[in-house]
Every structure is written in structure tokens, then in C-alpha cells.
Design a protein around this ligand. Sequence first.
Ligand code: ZN
Length: 238
Amino acid sequence: MTGYRETQAIVLRSQDLRETDRRVSLLTPEGRALARVPGARKAKSRLAGMLQPASLAQVTLYERPGLQPVVTGASQIAAFRTLHDDLARMAAAQVLLEICDIQSGEEEALRPFAMLAQALRLLDEAEEPAAAWLQGELGLLLAYGWGLELSCCVGCGGELAAPVKYQVELGGFTCGRCGHMGGVAASRAALEAMRAAAAGQDPGPGGAEARRLLHLTWQGHLEGPLKAVAFAESVMGL
Ligand SMILES: [Zn+2]
């Protein structure tokens, strides 16, 4: 099918190509798309300004069978200015972008798209970027169909009595009675941090541990570690 397509898009990644072009990885409600941005490396490129990573834009793609789509137009939907001006917020956003870049394919991606847009907005507006980061990752797990069970034991369905363990494969915690199932030793504070973050509240002292556990989960689903995590933690002083 040859023709123009208009869509909303979040820029996940941008890469220089030979000459003056750039290639962007876009998350759209219809799926992820790699597209070429002609002339994007020229100083005055208006398109390049609209297509920085972690930007939300309305883009026009020119599509031809067998060829990479070309971005022929873009207009900004949300600038996320605070996010882009703050190294810590941007570093956390990079982790979310990396997740979507690895995980999204060409199939429909309405839920991840909406969740990522919401997470970037939160990282732009939240007072505490570390809390927004945790909430964003929990939201993306849900959007990709891997939402964590935080209300009861994933072994027996009972209350989460201590000592709890985190179950990477099952996506949740087991209670003290289910100790025979193995799992990763976890504190009550980590569980409370995930519950708080999922409800949009401050994760409190268990935040760092909760993030470590979440990253084990992502590593399992994405079949490798997230490269952007270490940098985000170092610039946030975590
Ligand atoms: Zn149990």
C-alpha cells in the first residue's frame, strides 16, 4: 500500500544515518515503526526539533511496500519541557523508551502507547521523578499483559503474610506459607512500595528494592538487561 498515513507517535530512539538523514523508532497506537527523517541532521531541520526522543507528535508517514516509511511532516502534541530539561527525568524516561523499543512490534500497540504517553506526562509533572519512574514501569507491565499481582499470594491466593518472596516468573509475591516455591527474598517495604506506586503514591523506603525486583521481571520478559537503568540510577543518586 503506497500513501500517506497520519498518526500520533512517541519517539523511542533516534539514530544518525549517512549524509543528512536520521532514523527514528516510533511507537504509534498501530504499533512500532522505524522511519527515515530526511534532512534531520541539518541545523535548521524543523522535523528534527519535533522528533527528539521522548516527544509526542502528530506525524505524517509516507509508506511504500518494501521500503522504510519516510516522515514527511510532524507537529508537536506535547513538549514535556520539564522532562527534557532535567537529566534525571530524561534518564528515567530512557528506560521506559527502551522497554517499548524492545517489546513493541508492528502489531497494534494502543495500550502501551497510551501508557507510555501517560508515564512521560507524569515524569514531566511529578515532583519526585523516582516515584514516577516506578509507576511508569508498573503501568507498562500492565499494558503489555504482564501486570503484577500485588493484592494476594500468587501461590495460594491467601494474604501476603511475611516472610514474602518475589516470584519473577509468576509476576507477584508469595506468602510465608508458600516458602517451598522458592523465589527472591523480598522485604515487606518492597511490596508496599509497589502497591503505593501502582496507586500513584510515594513508594517510600522500599522504592529502590521494588525497582530492582521489577528489573528482574523486565529482564525475563525482554530476554536481557535494560541498558538505560544503570545511568538513570547514577544520575538520580539511587
Ligand atoms: Zn501463599
